[in-house]
Design a protein around this ligand. Structure first.
Ligand SMILES: Cc1ncc(COP(=O)(O)O)c(C=O)c1O
Length: 476
């Protein structure tokens, strides 16, 4: 493809994208296709001869859109939101054009340097303490990981290397294997499954602790578990505090947990994957009280801050525990300026990395902090609107306090009846929700996901839920 065709193709695609997104609420939110639907729609082999771009364009609705779940539809209420905005889409085009692999500073200085500055901008927007930011002049700073799961694993590896070094100094006679077998980490039972997985990948024990009655991990629960393990000869080394759990968006008591970790020299990582975006609004920062006690902090602008996937922001007070511990330095990756700017390959698991800071830069400049705050506040207000509709209908109950854009609700009654309710709702095909279960109580989660969601959309979703409930209760 030459530049002329590229311009025509890209213009046609831009028009298509704008039309798709602006009219997304008119499409069925989940496609009606069955597994294997796509193979018969495309040839068995790749074409020998080049096709015109118009032929590809002509197939998008038929082959692709017929099997797409529309995550940006106001009718989509499953999981948590995933971000989408025009500035981020355009930034990804530019990133695709530059197409550098920014593993070291010299591999593309702008790629590294814009990331350092963007993570400082973002950290200040959240009200993170200076001790996390590169502008503080020390070793601290931020990095863009692909996902929150990677950030949790990277933090665990940092915690592991810090503790290994300390224990080796205290017990030079112990072997690495002996120390490793004693390491133990902790999280809320409600923490995301990626935390347990980080333990498996890192080859260390992770204990899931039963939270308090409000599903929050508290300092005393952690303290008790740590004391119990120390008595058994184990070495507590890592704690993940979740701010905004996946099931019900509850917040661990970070301040209390921070104190316990500080007293035992245990690495504290904060997983605020979804809810972290809300901290750009000062009125929600009370939920991250104690953040200064953490060693690492992570949230996903790609969830709720209008930056398209993948963009998971992570800050480390002492990146040396990752940078130095996993430093392999082949000659072909060395350069003369080593040490004067971060070589981000040492801060992450893969070597290769895209120019993702462009997405942040475009979104932060083209929205401005004010409009991003409006986006967050609007989603939270819409969640409260749904909560109100739900509480006004005495057949329903709210399962968890609504603080962000997620409402956990159920029909008063058995789990079975709620399972049937969800089947009906999703079966009718107009809106899409997923369930969760805590302490054997099954409930439905309604997340406000789309940046196009308006009050009228919430009323439509509520009508769907109410009508489905009428059907379920009538059948009963
Ligand atoms: C609290 C929490 N942590 C981690 C994750 C995993 O996020 P990612 O897909 O970026 O790894 C999620 C996903 O929803 C989450 O809610």
């Amino acid at each position: 493809m030459e530049a002329g065709d590229f311009k025509d193709f890209a213009k046609a695609m831009t028009d298509y994208i704008a039309e798709y997104l602006e009219n997304i609420r008119d499409r069925p939110v989940v496609p009606l296709v069955k597994p294997g639907y796509l193979r018969p729609l495309v040839p068995e082999q790749a074409p020998d001869k080049a096709e015109p771009w118009t032929a590809v364009m002509a197939d998008i609705e038929r082959v692709v859109m017929s099997g797409v779940t529309h995550w940006h539809s106001p009718r989509f209420h499953a999981y948590f939101p995933t971000a989408n905005s025009y500035p981020a889409i355009v930034a990804d085009m530019l990133s695709g054009a530059i197409a550098c692999i920014g593993f070291t500073w010299i591999a593309s200085p702008a790629c590294t340097e814009l990331e350092v500055v963007m993570l400082d901008w973002l950290g200040q927007m959240l009200g993170l303490p200076e001790c996390f930011l590169a502008r503080s002049g020390g070793e601290a700073g931020g990095v863009i990981q692909g996902t929150a799961s990677e950030a949790t694993l990277v933090a665990l590896l940092g915690a592991k290397s810090r503790t290994m070094q300390r224990v080796k100094e205290q017990h030079p006679e112990w072997t690495d294997t002996e120390i490793l077998s004693k390491l133990v980490g902790y999280c809320n039972k409600q923490a995301h499954s990626s935390v347990e997985r980080a333990g498996l990948l890192g080859g260390v024990k992770m204990r899931s602790l039963k939270p308090d009655g409000k599903h929050r991990l508290r300092g005393d629960i952690l303290q008790e578990a740590i004391d119990e393990d120390i008595k058994k000869g184990l070495i507590p080394f890592y704690v993940v505090a979740t701010l905004g759990t996946t099931s019900s968006c509850t917040f661990d008591a970070l301040d209390e947990i921070g104190e316990v970790c500080a007293a035992r020299d245990v690495w504290l990582h904060v997983d605020a994957a979804y809810a972290g975006s809300a901290f750009i609004c000062p009125e929600y920062r009370y939920l991250m009280k104690g953040v200064e006690k953490a060693d690492s902090f992570n949230f996903n602008p790609h969830k709720w801050m209008l930056v398209n996937f993948d963009c998971s922001a992570m800050w480390l007070k002492q990146p040396r525990w990752i940078v130095d511990a996993f430093n392999v330095d082949p000659l072909y990756l060395k350069h003369d300026q080593q040490g004067s700017a971060p070589d981000y390959r040492h801060w992450q698991i893969p070597l290769g990395r895209r120019f993702r800071a462009l997405k942040l830069w475009f979104v932060l400049r083209l929205y401005g902090v004010e409009n991003l705050q409006k986006h967050i506040r609007k989603h939270i207000a819409l969640a409260h609107l749904f909560e109100k509709l739900c509480t006004c209908d005495e057949r329903f109950e709210i399962v968890e306090e609504v603080t962000m854009g997620l409402v956990c609700f159920r029909l008063k009654g058995s789990n079975d009846i709620n399972e049937e309710l969800l089947r009906r709702i999703n079966g009718r095909g107009k809106i899409h929700l997923v369930p969760s279960k805590i302490d054997d109580v099954y409930f439905l989660r309604l997340a406000i996901c789309s940046r196009f969601s308006e009050e009228s959309d919430i009323h439509i979703s509520w009508e769907e839920i109410k009508n489905s409930a009428d059907e379920v209760l009538a059948q009963k």
